[in-house]
Design a protein around this ligand. Sequence first.
Ligand SMILES: Cc1cc2nc3c(=O)[nH]c(=O)nc-3n(C[C@H](O)[C@H](O)[C@H](O)COP(=O)(O)OP(=O)(O)OC[C@H]3O[C@@H](n4cnc5c(N)ncnc54)[C@H](O)[C@@H]3O)c2cc1C
Ligand code: SF4
Length: 517
Amino acid sequence: METYDVIIIGTGAGGGTLARHLAPSGKKILLLERGDWLPREPQNWLSQNVFVENRYVSEDTWYDEKGKPFQPQIHYFVGGATKLYGAALYRLRAEDFGELAHHDGISPAWPISYDELEPYYTQAEQLYQVHGARGEDPTEPPSSAPYPHPAVSHEPRIQQLSDQLAAAGYHPFHAPCGILLNEANMAYSTCVRCANCDGFPCPVHAKADAEVLGVRPALEHANVTLLRNAKAVRLETNESGTAVTDVVVEHNGGTENFAGNVVVVACGAANTARLLLASANDKHPNGLANGSDQVGRNFMFHDSVAVLALSREENPTVYQKTLGLNDFYFGSDDFEYPLGNIQMVGKSQAPMFHGEKPGETKLAPEWTLERVARHAIDFWLSTEDLPRPENRVSVDRDGKLTLSYAETNAEAKKQLYEKLHSILGKLDLNPGHLFHRFAYMKNEIPVAGCAHQAGTCRFGADPGTSVLDVDCKAHELDNLYVVDTSIFPSIGAVNPALTAMANSLRVGDRLLERLAA
Ligand SMILES: Cc1cc2nc3c(=O)[nH]c(=O)nc-3n(C[C@H](O)[C@H](O)[C@H](O)COP(=O)(O)OP(=O)(O)OC[C@H]3O[C@@H](n4cnc5c(N)ncnc54)[C@H](O)[C@@H]3O)c2cc1C
Ligand code: SF4
């Protein structure tokens, strides 16, 4: 059996980014991905296929703490969840790296400061071609470089909303977007600025995802091999349990072993925990690297709400995800605890309502689904979810995955919703541009909507309370690393992917030092 210098399991935001970073080293690198290439096909852009028929959602069944089965909204493809993501590529706020008091308790500090991650955020923004504008968002952390690309322009209806918010004293900003758009020269732009981005795959490969900008560039190096449809099911260790020796993989209907000097797990928060727990052995009876009993615990996934604001006028916006609002990120005049982030979500389309909660789309009879979609302005509200040890992934002997979860910060989430409600009611609109009345349809994302899952293998200085050390190496094993969102000690209230990418680059530098030694 040949031995690889590095085996990376999972090719999403964490694994795909690491692969690209390590590829030029010339080291022998194996990428294991349980999924295949996401097919480029017309259905990529059809909301019926994507949102109603769940064409790109895994067929896994997981169970909640009561044993009720559900289908998790996760995606097994080269590029992982980033194939479907909205590519809103935010940095965590500098304060998110410290301890923060929330309504429901403490959001714990990270073992590294914002300043330590900052250079890697800058690199990640360059790698993923983030478009944005510094200086507009009052909560924005300091940065050592401008965004590599200009902000994506607002379309007229969103520009109007931005102007009205500013006139009302708020601080709307251009959201950081990872799309390969060149507005100055659309004839040569890879991105065509379409309506089917957030939650859809991009068939023209214009989304800054981990396949397009992570895995494919890595594969240009002859020393990197990608094995698709290769599901890691177990990690074997040496007799003393101090190092991983082999990755056991289901591939082509059989089982194969691959040996690696360094093994990096990046399967996404739930599946990374599953793999470590399923790899229990005599030396690690509770699961690999789990002497602290923290593997699988502290599962977080943002308290998110999608809200449609209906105006009497139509909203003809095509690419809507260009505006953000963080005025309530750390609290408000009447609520001392953090509330969270408000941003736009992809423009709603009638078939999407069927994929969500058809019952709630039954407004007055004249509001057909098509009409609702035409008039909707679509917001996405995210409140920080706090890590609780009881919110956890566990795996039984047959590999059945249970996700036990109880919401945190429900009051802050409610307050954020009410803030948006009151803002929209207060906006001073010109006659003819009507915000006279809004009707809201709330779609609360249930636990199955685990797009922003994080936290199951947190990193920290103390082996008693964390799984990984500050370099994201398992405290208990010499050569096992984790680089996906499972490392997050807290999740903040902005989208997680850029932080996972930046951290991969940071850990990648530690690995390059190790490989060169
Ligand atoms: C619809 C949607 C919209 C989103 N929008 C945004 C957004 O706008 N901004 C943002 O920041 N984030 C967004 N996210 C979240 C973002 O995509 C994730 O936070 C990010 O991709 C997580 O990276 P990861 O490396 O932890 O996991 P993933 O990207 O999910 O990668 C995990 C990979 O591991 C593979 N894998 C799993 N198990 C195994 C195994 N046993 N063996 C081999 N391979 C395995 C999977 O197939 C997958 O490729 C969105 C997610 C979704 C689903
Ligand atoms: S907006 Fe651009 S990146 Fe997004 S799906 Fe459309 S073409 Fe692709």
